[in-house]
Design a protein around this ligand. Structure first.
Ligand SMILES: N[C@@H]1[C@@H](O)[C@H](O)[C@@H](COP(=O)(O)O)O[C@@H]1O
Length: 295
């Protein structure tokens, strides 16, 4: 596992935005297949989306051949509700880039048959060729998507009842009134996340420090579903200093050493793919190898 630690949430967004852009570009340099990106919501990925929009505005990145699958959606909120994840994604990301609306996939929490909706979502992911890179956030209780503590590590897209902690945390978007927060959500499962070719988890803020510590230093646990990344062959966590503040000094230093060594090796062997090539992607952001020798 790599854990990249940056000073601020903005720097986390810049790093992860550049990283996602680089993976998209590297993909199109060698493949005609569309790139499939898994997208989270929440405050954490906002800086990443801002960076991706900036790269698009500067003409350095295109989403024309990118397909997206969002992680989750509230049950019962219509798409046009201001707090639906559908609205969130168009407000903060999709309406600012050249993604084709037909390539955007977000679970429909108002579908007449929610079980069928979840099954169809898994099928759609498979038909798209699987997810190339799943970007994820984490709740302060360590959940990923809406896989609350106690979720099966083998879970797939399904209906979930939200935990009280999550309802309390998300009530800030609902007039600070927990009663307005939907009690249930549709969410990709832990296994859906693990099936992605690459997983990048963003964690920022002091209130996530214990969750990050458990994710990295404790074992894999269904009580802290983001710890599932330990089972993935190609995971990366990008955190700010605050979120990293509960890591042991030894752990923290080791991740810093890995990053330094990785940079040296990439420079030495030219593994930083050159900008570029590719349909819809002209660019000079910093592509890195997804899995380098030191990961
Ligand atoms: N379902 C979402 C998660 O996908 C997200 O990671 C989490 C953290 O949100 P934030 O980044 O705002 O702390 O919130 C919600 O529960």
């Amino acid at each position: 596992m790599r854990c990249i630690i940056r000073d601020t949430p903005d720097a986390v967004g810049r790093y992860s935005g550049d990283y996602v852009a680089a993976r998209i570009q590297a993909h199109f340099a060698s493949s005609d297949r569309r790139f499939v990106l898994g997208c989270p919501t929440g405050s954490t990925p906002l800086a990443t989306y801002r960076r991706l929009v900036q790269l698009y505005d500067e003409g350095r990145l295109s989403f024309r051949n990118v397909v997206t699958f969002n992680m989750d959606e509230y049950v019962g909120l219509p798409r046009d509700h201001p707090q639906s994840y559908h609205s969130f994604m168009w407000r903060h990301f999709f309406s600012h880039i050249d993604i084709q609306p037909c390539n955007v996939h977000i679970l429909d929490g108002t579908a007449p048959d929610l079980v069928a909706e979840c099954e169809a979502y898994e099928r759609a992911i498979a038909e798209a060729g699987g997810i190339d890179l799943f970007l994820a956030g984490a709740g302060s209780d360590g959940h990923v998507a809406f896989n609350e503590p106690g979720s099966s590590l083998a879970s797939r897209t399904r209906i979930k009842t939200l935990a009280r902690d999550t309802i309390a945390a998300n009530s800030r978007f609902f007039d600070d009134d927990p009663a307005q927060v939907p009690r249930m959500a549709l969410t990709v499962g832990v296994q859906t996340v693990l099936d992605a070719r690459e997983v990048v988890v963003l964690v920022v803020g002091q209130h996530k420090a214990e969750a990050l510590r458990r994710c990295i230093e404790d074992g894999v646990s269904h009580m802290n579903t983001v710890s599932c990344v330990q089972l993935h062959p190609n995971p990366m966590v990008v955190s700010d200093e605050d979120a990293a503040s509960e890591l042991r000094v030894r752990t923290y230093r080791y991740f810093k050493d890995i990053e330094r060594a990785q940079n040296e090796v990439e420079e030495m062997y030219g593994l930083q793919a050159r900008a570029g090539a590719g349909k819809g992607a002209s660019a000079a952001v910093l592509p890195r190898s997804g899995s380098g020798p030191l990961i």
